[in-house]
Design a protein around this ligand. Sequence first.
Ligand SMILES: Cc1ncc(COP(=O)(O)O)c(C=O)c1O
Length: 388
Amino acid sequence: MPSFARRVASFGTTIFTEINQLAAQHQAVNLGQGRPDFDGPPEIIDAAVRALHSDTANQYAPSPGLPELREGIARHAGVFYDLDVDPNAGVIVTAGATQGIFSAIMGLIDPGDEVIIIEPYYDSYVPGVQMAGGKPVYVPMHPPAWTFDADELRAAFSHSTRAIILNTPNNPTGRVYTRAELQLIADLCIEYDVIVISDEVYEHLIFEGHQHVAIASLDGMFERTVTVGSAGKTFGMTGWKIGWVYGMPELVTGVWRAHQFITFAANHPTQAAVAYAFTLGNSYYEEYQALYSHKRELVMQVINAAGMSAIQPEGTYFIMGDFSEVFDGNDVEFCKYLIEQIGVATIPPSAFFSEKHRKHAENHVRFAFCKSDETLERAAERMRRLRT
Ligand SMILES: Cc1ncc(COP(=O)(O)O)c(C=O)c1O
């Protein structure tokens, strides 16, 4: 009997699919997946509707992306990070950041290359590297502060290292890397001539007192970095699956060569709407941050209601709750218990670590707080049951 390729034999079902199914079965309040339960701004949706009726947007978009969207992405990188991005040769619009990351991996990594992955990681990185024939080399962040150890990072670099994949602001820890942390990574990348695939999809989800630093903006880094963004995250439209990759044309050409044969071009009408979204200006990002600062307070109430502890996230809409005071077992067992007995769904973060480093996360669960206030209040109410 024919069967699937060895390449995918170890992949299994993603943890999100598993948790979503279990949550639906038990009608749990779902704080699992980073999937907002409300829409992004109506004026951006209106722009998509206009595009659908414009007679120009219902056929293939240009393969690298709509020119006005590539210009918006380049302009945004100039305004926020002082980067000089070429909208024609230095930007590719992709089917979400996930495809941007995959295209970057396929376009920049050769079989046998080592790729450093900082853990916990977004779960597409490792299968992507494996499908390219690369070898993941893991560097864990450590609880409770979720920082990486400089010596462990240094030890991961060698002359076989081709690339490092990093994510700041970080899902699931809520950490925002400091300039000093990024400088350490940058110095090692320059010393070992390493490419950075920088996943910055939460670049605008930053809380007071913290600043997102784009690693491409550090001295000597633009020429060795491709930066990945997402309209799903920045404009609250995860279902549109529009993302992008930008950087120096020399590297972006590799990303584009892969992109052409993975999907050729991303969804056209929503690209037009995202181009419009990039014209909204600073007030949009300020309102977005205010909305999530409020939701961060509500999710802290969810954690406190349960008698759990957590460090306030510095960015993103995720928080890692430590359940060691309230439950005896590992993260997968606690997630199942929460869904089945308490009626709240979360994600076990051990899924975002290599086998060797799973223990770092085994007392934690990840809550997503991109949810309506009512959803978060309902979750807090249910979590109180944990104390009784
Ligand atoms: C760190 C990180 N990178 C990438 C993505 C994927 O973004 P997109 O939905 O645009 O593919 C996510 C989504 O949760 C994420 O958390």
